[in-house]
Design a protein around this ligand. Structure first.
Ligand code: NDP
Length: 486
């Protein structure tokens, strides 16, 4: 038991509870995964992927170039026809097998996700990996029922789809993209993010174990140039992208005038709205979950906290108290709440926006905690006295930083929440069901949570409005972007 003077109260210390990584068997080097096999990239290029908590390299990973892309597309094209010709029930069995194998290897996948990305093991173990498997299970069930999901209409697969995913939920985003594409009879080429390719490569091994027909799934690791090359390549029928709005716009421009389908899941600056009649202690838990989950590296993070003026002081005090209990540190420790920032580059972005918040006159409070010597870290931070025009209220920080703004009336809450170029998600905390429905229907957001936040389910559609993108992933709605309906 230690006494921390700055907190003027007694605090119990936790003993370290590290998850073992002994069972993880990573290869020293990974090639591209095309035609059901790993092979050296034709580009001859590779780059290390690094643990952001220790800055130690984990493995060397191929950087696919134009020849690799052309080869993957030709291989996928050759495999797709046979895959689409299988009865839906048979395709579903492969997806089911992949889901079961993900469950069998769940511990390994969770540890690797945490080592490669920096997120707490508690999250990768309890959220990322189970949800990724759940997406494969869910779409396994859809494979032979497509017409039911498409209002009784017949469906044809699009062909070869290119899928580009970011680094914040590497395996989960791969599952969101691959499962519906495969269920609908497409062949897929997945490009993981440069900083977090490893779980996608383990998923390639799982595809091998599941004896998925070669060529149905290809994994092309690489950097932004690999992604840019893939979307511009001849022979793809659709692009599905999750990432920054800037890259989303670039992809949309690159595809203009081409008969290539596109769905974009981009950034956000989501409003988490607390009304005076809300259960405040629960709301504070939801605020913490909304912004500090995955270090705030979440496209739908509740980064704009809108609190009714009459309870603003109470919410601020409770939130600050709760924030100080967050434990930052070793992502592999089961007691850790806030892990490492994914990369030095992302840390710089967070620091730049936080500095702008201070310069523009908002009041910053960052919790006092030990920061590990190595790796990339940012302690949970709250800004108050925030004006709606401050950069921290407008731009996506993508870090553990919440901006608190206030409102007086319901109409003002809606106006402020909608005053954003983004429209991905929102949260409403209120005791009144009628108010929740009224506000939800007035919000320009693809997902609205009531009295909860950041809850995901494979059967629920997810996607945005405005500069948060278009198209839906998840549930029956997630089938639509992968088929031509007749
Ligand atoms: P990017 O949008 O650059 O990366 C997302 C994916 O796209 C990665 O696989 C990336 O590859 C790839 N990519 C990069 N450039 C291109 C291109 N020109 N054409 C096709 N694909 C490309 O996100 P960042 O990692 O750079 O993050 C920047 C900011 O974006 C963050 O600070 C955050 O604000 C936001 N972001 C939002 C996400 C969301 O879910 N809404 C997710 C990630 C980031 P590679 O990683 O190899 O560069």
């Amino acid at each position: 038991m230690t006494v921390t003077p700055e907190r003027t109260r007694v605090r119990w210390d936790y003993s370290p509870a590290p998850e073992s990584a002994d069972h993880v068997r990573l290869r020293d080097a990974y090639g591209v995964f095309v035609g059901g096999e790993f092979a050296d990239p034709r580009s001859g290029a590779s780059a290390p992927t690094v643990n952001p908590a220790t800055e130690e390299p984990l493995a060397d990973v191929a950087v696919a170039g134009p020849e690799d892309i052309a080869h993957a597309i030709a291989t996928a094209r050759a495999a797709q026809e046979k895959w689409a010709a299988l009865p839906g029930l048979e395709r579903g069995k492969y997806l089911f097998r992949i889901a079961r194998l993900m469950q069998e290897r769940a511990r390994e996948l969770a540890v690797v996700e945490t080592m490669d990305g920096g997120k707490p093991i508690r999250e990768s173990r309890d959220i990322d990996i189970p949800l990724a498997a759940a997406h494969f299970f869910s779409y396994a069930g859809w494979a032979d029922k497509l017409s039911y999901g498409l209002a009784g209409r017949g469906a044809q697969p699009l062909g070869v789809v290119a899928q580009i995913v970011p680094w914040n939920f590497p395996l989960l985003m791969a599952a969101w993209k691959l499962a519906p594409a495969l269920a609908c009879g497409n062949a897929a080429i997945l490009k993981p993010a440069e900083t977090t390719p490893l779980t996608a490569l383990l998923l390639a091994e799982i595809c091998q174990e599941a004896e998925l027909p070669p060529g149905v799934v290809s994994i092309l690791t690489g950097d932004g140039a690999t992604g840019a090359g893939l979307v511009r390549a001849e022979g793809i029928d659709k692009v599905a992208f999750t990432g920054s709005t800037a890259v989303g716009k670039d992809i949309q421009a690159a595809l203009a005038g081409r008969d290539v389908g596109l769905t974009l899941e981009l950034g956000g600056k989501s409003a988490n709205i607390v009304f005076e009649d809300a259960a405040l202690d629960q709301a504070v838990e939801g605020i913490v979950q909304g912004i500090f989950f995955n270090q705030g590296h979440v496209c739908c993070a509740g980064s704009r906290l809108l609190v009714q003026e009459s309870v603003a002081e109470a919410v601020e005090a409770k939130l600050w108290e709760r924030m100080q209990k967050l434990r930052l540190g070793d992502p592999l420790d089961k007691n850790t709440d806030v892990g490492a920032v994914n990369s030095g580059e992302q840390l710089e972005r967070i620091e730049t926006l936080v500095a702008a918040g201070e310069e523009e006159g908002a009041t910053r409070r960052t919790i006092s905690c030990d920061i590990p010597e190595r790796g990339h870290w940012f302690a949970p931070t709250m800004f108050t006295a925030v004006s709606p025009v401050h950069r921290i209220a407008v731009e996506e920080i993508f870090g553990p930083v919440v901006s608190l703004l206030t409102f007086r009336t319901q109409a003002e809450a809606i106006e402020k929440a909608n005053n954003s170029k983004y429209g991905l998600a929102a949260g409403i905390w209120t005791d009144k069901g009628g108010r929740a429905f009224e506000v939800a229907s007035a919000l320009q957001a693809g997902v609205v949570w009531q009295n909860t936040y950041n809850h995901f389910d494979p059967t629920a559609a997810f996607g945005g409005y405005k500069e948060s993108g278009f198209g839906r992933e998840g549930g029956a709605a997630g089938l639509r972007p992968y088929v031509r309906v007749r």
